[in-house]
Write a protein that binds this ligand. Structure first.
Ligand code: AKG
Ligand code: FE2
Length: 287
């Protein structure tokens, strides 16, 4: 996207022309499709961030990988973007065996370092849904999206500007489709009600969030296009994120990571990331 298109795009989306009032995260109301649950305290968020930093040799650099590998036309972001854990939309989409290889290495490590965190997540979901919620052991454990430099380093000026652009695609989550055969091992896997959840543990100073669009799209074809061609006619809702607060939604809610605002070189956007499918009465969480 060239700079002029980008500027137009920002103004379209935020509908705010005066840069002094440029606070897109507060521009609009919450989307009723997006649920919110307070999950971690500030201390717990800090503990997660510190643990994540201590494990930075295991972060996988995805900065040159198209943000959503199942799309045929996305730019390489080349800004510091890492993941921890095996990722359905990046690894399984590319090579299903690679996903399982990485998961086999990473699951025990994640369980050891973040077992306490998974316990809290499952407990909160159980309170929310009133049925058992587990971390799935066959698929990859929930992991992390890391938009940040490594601890003690800063993001370069060029990358700071990149973080202020729409790095994430406009998409629906269809990660569950990669694991079709696995779901068939259950009597009933509710593939019509798949869930996506995100818990930010560290956000940039000027915030972060998720755009959502209240429109129906065909999940079989929608993702496989460029953002420009996919942008719906209606305005998105800007759902602000809060550190420690989970957002989750069901089915094919159209969404996009919100671009950063006035990003500084030491800003970080760290999120615990996962999905869920209810199989034989138990929600199974995975990445
Ligand atoms: O980071 C976010 O806010 C959302 C990420 C997302 O859409 C995804 O991982 O599918
Ligand atoms: Fe998504």
């Amino acid at each position: 996207m060239d700079k002029n298109t980008l500027e137009k795009y920002k103004i379209d989306i935020f509908n705010v022309k005066d840069d002094k009032k440029f606070h897109p995260v507060e521009a609009q109301h919450d989307n009723s499709h997006l649920k919110r649950v307070d999950v971690f305290t500030a201390d717990q968020c800090k503990r997660i961030e510190d643990t994540l930093d201590k494990m930075d040799s295991l972060w996988i650099n995805r900065s040159c990988t198209p943000r959503f590998a199942y799309e045929n036309s996305t730019k390489s972001i080349r800004a510091p973007f890492w993941t921890l854990g095996a990722v359905s939309y990046l690894d399984a989409v590319e090579d299903y065996a690679r996903y399982h290889k990485l998961k086999t290495v990473m699951n025990p490590v994640l369980k050891k370092k973040f077992g306490w965190m998974y316990d809290i997540i499952c407990e909160k979901f159980e309170e929310e849904f009133g049925c058992p919620v587990v971390i799935d052991d066959v698929l990859a454990h929930p992991g992390f999206h890391i938009f940040s430099a490594k601890k003690g380093q800063i993001i370069s000026e060029g990358h700071v500007r990149l973080f202020e652009t729409a790095l994430g695609s406009i998409h629906v989550d269809i990660q569950y489709k990669e694991h079709w055969e696995y779901w068939q091992t259950y009597n009933h896997a509710d593939l019509d009600n798949q869930m996506t959840w995100t818990i930010p543990v560290k956000l940039p100073k000027h915030g972060g969030g998720l755009y959502t669009w209240d429109v129906e799209v065909d999940p079989a074809v929608f993702n496989y296009n460029t953002n420009e061609n996919k942008k719906p006619d209606v305005s998105p809702t800007a759902n602000k994120y809060y550190e420690g607060q989970m957002t989750y939604f069901f089915r094919h809610l159209l969404h996009q990571m919100m671009p950063g605002v006035k990003v500084s070189p030491d800003d970080r956007r760290l999120t615990v990331q996962g999905h869920g499918i209810k199989c034989d009465g138990v929600w199974r969480l995975y990445f």
